[in-house]
Design a protein around this ligand. Structure first.
Ligand code: SF4
Ligand SMILES: [Zn+2]
Ligand SMILES: [Zn+2]
Length: 319
């Protein structure tokens, strides 16, 4: 990553990071400036949030979410964070350590707060045991719980918007998966800024969609942000990793492919929504959603998927 002979495209001092897709190389201050600028561009061009809004960042202890929290604070936004402790032996403790360290040493002095939700406390078991109890794959159980807890925290603690650390690699890989299987209903929902469609659902944004995984790792290293390098042990073999590999091969051959693929999709989406009839998802959702009878969160059924999951887990526990 370090090319000693290279100079910074902007200020001509020694560069520490080469960015083939922008045909540029940067020194540390210019690289930080580049990263911050990409995030500001994302926030403004997708109307994510304003300077006075309160943001809840979903942190996992990985590079993307910690970098996101760091960048938002550096840019002067009011950003707190939520960590969901999944209770995965070994992994959860280590990732929580990283998050707590960052929160204490860097975020707290800037006035930012870390909230924690512990799955085991509310559900009586960690994510793996819960998934076994309800006979569902761990990752889908985890997805239901995380989506629910982040939304609940955002609404109850009155945040204006919830931000996640999805980067360009994540979004391009997801788009590739959706296109390969022609999952058009998911394509509609793939934008980096999803408005609060109905009352009770928080607005969701992805301010890192203009930055790659490699750039975010470099940002953490250069700014001494200590993150957990290992992936969650449940993630092994996920299709997404294969799609990322394929996209990286294409990227090496022709730098800029990933960005062209995903940003091109966003541009098409924007043009389409500008011309399509105003029968929006929000209006459709509004008619079929009502409060969950157990927790009050909007749902299409009597109870929401989280409450159903918890009920199934409780009934499966031997008495
Ligand atoms: S890999 Fe699966 S279990 Fe691990 S955090 Fe992601 S969704 Fe949850
Ligand atoms: Zn420079
Ligand atoms: Zn519910």
């Amino acid at each position: 990553m370090i090319h000693s002979s290279m100079n910074c495209t902007k200020c001509k001092t020694k560069a520490v990071m080469k960015l083939p897709r922008h045909n540029a190389a940067f020194c540390k201050p210019c690289f930080n400036h580049f990263v911050h600028d990409q995030v500001e561009k994302a926030i403004k061009s997708q109307a994510m949030f304003g300077p006075d809004e309160r943001i809840l960042v979903a942190v996992s202890g990985g590079k993307d979410s910690l970098a996101l929290w760091h960048i938002l604070l550096a840019l002067g936004y009011h950003a707190d964070a939520l960590y969901v402790h999944l209770g995965i032996a070994g992994y959860s403790e280590r990732s929580y350590d990283k998050v707590q360290y960052y929160a204490k040493m860097i975020a707290a002095p800037l006035g930012a707060t870390l909230h924690t939700h512990t799955v085991e406390q509310e559900a009586g078991a960690g994510i793996k045991e819960l998934a076994q109890l309800v006979h569902r794959p761990t990752c889908s159980t985890c997805g239901t719980i995380k989506r629910y807890q982040f939304n609940r925290a955002a609404i109850e603690k009155e945040y204006d918007v919830m931000a996640t650390g999805h980067n360009l690699d994540d979004e391009a890989a997801r788009l590739l998966g959706n296109v390969l299987h022609w999952q058009e209903e998911y394509l509609d929902k793939q934008g980096p800024s999803l408005p609060a469609s109905v009352e009770g659902f928080a607005k969701k944004v992805k301010p890192l969609y203009r930055l790659t995984e490699r750039e975010l790792a470099a940002y953490c290293v250069l700014n001494k942000i200590d993150y957990i390098v290992d992936e969650c042990p449940m993630a092994q073999g996920a299709k997404t990793l294969l799609y990322k590999e394929v996209l990286n091969r294409l990227e090496t051959e022709s730098p800029g492919t990933k960005q062209y693929f995903y940003w091109g999709f966003l541009e098409k989406q924007r043009k389409q929504s500008a011309t399509s009839a105003p029968a929006t998802m929000a209006e459709k959702d509004q008619t079929i959603l009502h409060p969950c009878m157990s927790c009050g969160q909007p749902t299409t059924a009597e109870s929401c998927s989280y409450c159903k999951l918890m009920a199934r887990a409780k009934s499966a526990v031997p008495h």
